[in-house]
Design a protein around this ligand. Structure first.
Ligand code: SAH
Length: 242
């Protein structure tokens, strides 16, 4: 059995009870660069660890090799845990891993995790929806440069009042904020960058589409970007570290 498991956003206690159970029972854990490596200490004696994460944006292992590693582990061991940051299906490529296994007749389970897209803003005192302010939210890849002709993002559809959460977008922040101004958002529209959310190193920078790049210079990854009026609610709702 392979468990495609979400590890949550960072703080150890944001791991689900189910994830913790399969981690304790695992014969092998295949993991990314996790926000919280302490999770691995919960594994039993003799559990094998295979690191397949990214270092400074470079994959240690390409995705097809990761898929094959999980498959080979499943042939060898009874309990295989594929541990991924946040939720495995939110920009986690868990779907690709699942279908690779399915095609080879390996059974798997998905264990959802608390995604950073919602929990990290929450730890910064920013609710992704709020009555009268935002009735929906979008979670968008920030990995695609808005200038790329082949960009799959429908930028014009981001004009409304949805809260926008960009993952993997820190290196594209200047292009993203410029693009949002280009589609008609005001230059002083509220925007936040939250780094290492839910951990002791959590940092939040609040600004506007116009000044956020300057304000968040040198902020460490992982970080996500929140754009929307909900960012202003932080004045009242900030709680972490207080
Ligand atoms: N599956 C993950 C997301 C994977 S994409 C999830 O559901 O959370 C990786 C991106 O997630 C990072 O580039 C960053 O934008 C965001 N991220 C993950 N953990 C984070 C954290 N603790 N603080 C801020 N952003 C985080």
């Amino acid at each position: 059995m392979v468990y495609l498991t979400g590890a949550g956003p960072g703080e150890m206690e944001l791991l689900t009870i189910k994830a913790l159970r399969v981690i304790k029972e695992a014969d092998v854990i295949i993991y990314d660069r996790l926000a919280n490596p302490d999770i691995l200490k919960e594994a039993k004696n003799g559990c094998e660890f295979i690191y397949v994460g990214k270092e400074d944006g470079h994959h240690i292992m390409p995705q097809d090799e990761i898929n094959e590693t999980i498959y080979q582990s499943a042939l060898k061991y009874k309990n295989v845990v594929r541990l991924k940051g946040g939720d495995p299906f939110v920009f986690g490529r868990g779907g690709e891993e699942g279908s690779y296994l399915k095609q080879r007749g390996v059974v798997f389970e998905i264990i959802p995790g608390i995604t950073s897209a919602i929990s990290v803003p929450a730890y910064a005192g920013i609710p992704v929806t709020h009555r009268g302010v935002a009735v929906s939210f979008r979670v968008i890849t920030g990995h695609e440069s808005p200038n790329k002709k082949t960009s799959q993002i429908d930028w014009d559809s981001l004009k409304g009042d949805d809260t926008l959460v960009f993952l993997m977008g820190l290196h594209n922040l200047s292009k993203i904020s410029a693009k949002l101004i280009e589609i008609g958002k005001p230059k002083d529209f509220p925007c936040a960058v939250i780094s290492r959310g839910t951990t002791k190193e959590q940092k939040t920078v609040v600004g506007t589409l116009e000044n956020i790049v300057k304000l968040s210079k040198d902020i460490p990854t992982p970080a996500l970007i929140v754009v929307g009026k909900v960012v202003e609610l932080r004045d009242e709702l900030e709680w972490f570290g207080k």
